[in-house]
Write a protein that binds this ligand. Structure first.
Ligand SMILES: Cc1cc2nc3c(=O)[nH]c(=O)nc-3n(C[C@H](O)[C@H](O)[C@H](O)COP(=O)(O)OP(=O)(O)OC[C@H]3O[C@@H](n4cnc5c(N)ncnc54)[C@H](O)[C@@H]3O)c2cc1C
Ligand SMILES: NC(=O)c1ccc[n+]([C@@H]2O[C@H](COP(=O)([O-])OP(=O)(O)OC[C@H]3O[C@@H](n4cnc5c(N)ncnc54)[C@H](O)[C@@H]3O)[C@@H](O)[C@H]2O)c1
Length: 473
């Protein structure tokens, strides 16, 4: 067996790639093992293809609406599936080189192709080699999980892994699951011309978001022809129909997007004394160390992250912890999440209800409807809103923005949450006009105006005004 590597990273997705790059930049001897394709879920079956498809769908949707401005005839029918999926493949092809063996080599990252398995607490086997490591990082991600609905597995539904292999747009698409994936893909396929039904067992779409965001998104989807069934738990799947409350939903294609499960099979984690928790995720402490202090974990496999941006940050932090012994605290309270539907639903921190559970009566909420945002008015998109959740000492602890490009707007609010800013501190930054960032800015200004109007402040300002009037008389 050769000298031990400083760090062996298992899995070349968002978390593993970022960890390997960090380790390489630190000058460590690092090996990255990947069993399929570098880039992982995000590049091949997740963020990149879904956002590329949503982009095509948005173009098609805009073209259909151009009749309003005199451009006729109004295009109808289904978009060209080959062209739509061609754009998806092109986006992947353009991003892929950034995640390639060639891009990693200058950073000193060695890549081995193969499925890694632990052979002991400080050793593993991959690509026919037995390796020793000082530290290892498990970044093996997650895979679609089918809910235990009778007949579902036998019906062989498409998942977010396999939907990209479709050659034709389905005539009737039933989407099982109204979470982020179901809403994004449901809207994309509907805009491209499929007849889409989204079914969700909970009482509303995107159950983790502000109820107002869920209702608004539902209205929007329905206005675009998507049939939405909430409180609709699938009971049975048959060939060609999903069965649930009130009867059958016939489909040509069934897409099951009901959550994901950590990928730990085949890793032989027991050999490394690495424990898995009751949900099947790798158990980690605050520093992302597993139950073996020589082995760390990052990304979807931990159950602490379901996003590329967070998986990458975890990977980088875990590499630095392991190699340098530094303690970089991860601030989960300020991690934004975005569902890239139109409008986008973006949030950082807790919802209003979650904040009230945590902070009780100290919570105040400012919501600004976007009919007060000039950018929304000029684009004819006033349906959205911004909510700021203020916690103890008036600090912004959470925010939700529902609007086109809310994913960009939320980044500044994430900085505010991370910095523990009050609404007035946030409002002191000048925001560009007319931009979507006017939503959060004016919501924060509303809080400032309310404070100015409070009796105590009003008493002080009145006293100052009156004193200055007398002085200058
Ligand atoms: C449809 C969809 C849309 C999404 N959209 C977004 C989005 O817009 N924004 C966002 O932030 N997140 C999004 N996500 C989530 C995001 O894709 C994941 O959070 C992210 O890709 C997880 O990264 P990871 O590195 O933890 O795992 P992965 O990307 O899954 O990488 C794990 C890698 O490990 C490899 N592997 C597994 N076992 C072994 C082994 N034994 N040996 C060697 N290699 C192994 C796998 O082949 C894989 O390449 C989306 C997900 C889906 C499904
Ligand atoms: N834009 C993004 O950042 C983005 C996009 C897509 C996915 N992701 C992440 O990927 C992960 C997986 O997403 P997802 O949408 O698959 O999972 P999810 O768990 O968020 O949503 C699945 C939905 O399916 C519903 N469901 C479960 N069983 C059902 C049944 N029998 N009948 C009807 N509905 C049922 C659940 O109530 C839930 O709302 C999430 O953690 C998400 O955050 C992120």
């Amino acid at each position: 067996m050769s000298d031990p590597y400083d760090l062996v990273v298992i899995g070349g997705g968002s978390a593993g790639l970022t960890a390997a790059r960090t380790a390489g930049r630190l000058g460590a001897r690092v090996l990255l093992a990947e069993r399929e394709r570098l880039g992982g879920d995000c590049l091949w079956t997740g963020c990149v293809p879904s956002k590329a498809l949503l982009h095509v769908a948005a173009q098609v949707h805009a073209a259909r609406g151009a009749g309003r401005y005199g451009l006729h005839p109004r295009p109808h029918g289904r978009a060209d599936s080959a062209a739509a999926l061609g754009h998806v493949r092109q986006a992947i092809a353009e991003i892929e080189p950034h995640d390639s063996v060639e891009a990693l080599r200058p950073l000193g990252v060695e890549v081995v192709h193969g499925a890694a398995e632990f052979t002991g607490p400080r050793g593993l086997r991959v690509g026919g080699r037995e390796l020793a490591f000082r530290y290892a990082l498990i970044a093996t991600g997650s895979a679609p999980a089918l809910v235990p609905v009778p007949g579902l597995a036998e019906s062989q539904p498409l998942t977010s892994d396999t939907v990209w292999g479709l050659e034709e747009l389905p005539e009737r698409l039933v989407v099982l699951g109204g979470g982020p994936i179901g809403c994004e893909l449901g809207q994309a396929f509907a805009r491209l011309g499929s007849r889409v039904t989204v079914v969700e067992a909970a009482e509303r779409l995107l159950p983790r978001e502000e109820p107002r965001a869920s209702h608004l998104l539902r209205e929007r989807l329905e206005s675009e022809g998507v049939s939405v069934r909430t409180g609709w738990a699938a009971e049975k799947a048959e060939q060609g129909a999903l069965v649930g409350p009130g009867g059958k939903l016939p489909y040509d294609v069934l897409l099951a997007v009901t959550g994901r499960r950590a990928t730990v099979q085949g890793l032989c984690v027991e050999a490394a004394h690495v424990e898995v928790d009751e949900h099947g995720n790798i158990r980690t402490d605050k520093r992302l160390r597993t139950t073996n202090p020589r082995v760390y974990a990052a990304g979807d496999v931990t159950g602490l992250s379901a996003f590329t941006h967070l998986g990458g940050v975890q990977g980088s932090a875990a590499a630095a912890h392991a190699l340098l012994g530094v303690r970089r605290r991860l601030d989960y309270a300020a991690v934004p999440s975005v569902t890239y539907t139109d409008p986008e639903v973006a949030r950082v921190g807790p919802t209003e209800d979650e904040a009230r559970e945590k902070y009780g009566g100290k919570v105040r909420v400012r919501t600004l409807r976007h009919d007060r945002v000039d950018r929304a008015v000029v684009e004819g998109r006033t349906e959205g809103f911004t909510t700021l959740v203020l916690g103890p000492r008036g600090r912004i602890v959470g925010a939700t923005v529902v609007a086109p490009r809310a994913g960009e707007t939320i980044a500044h609010l994430a900085a505010a949450v991370r910095g523990g800013w009050t609404a007035s501190r946030y409002a002191a930054t000048v925001h560009p006009y007319p931009s979507w960032t006017d939503g959060p800015w004016h919501a924060a200004l509303e809080e400032v105006y309310a404070r100015l109007a409070a009796p105590r402040t009003r008493w002080i300002t009145s006293a100052v005004l009156s004193a200055r009037r007398k002085l200058r008389r």
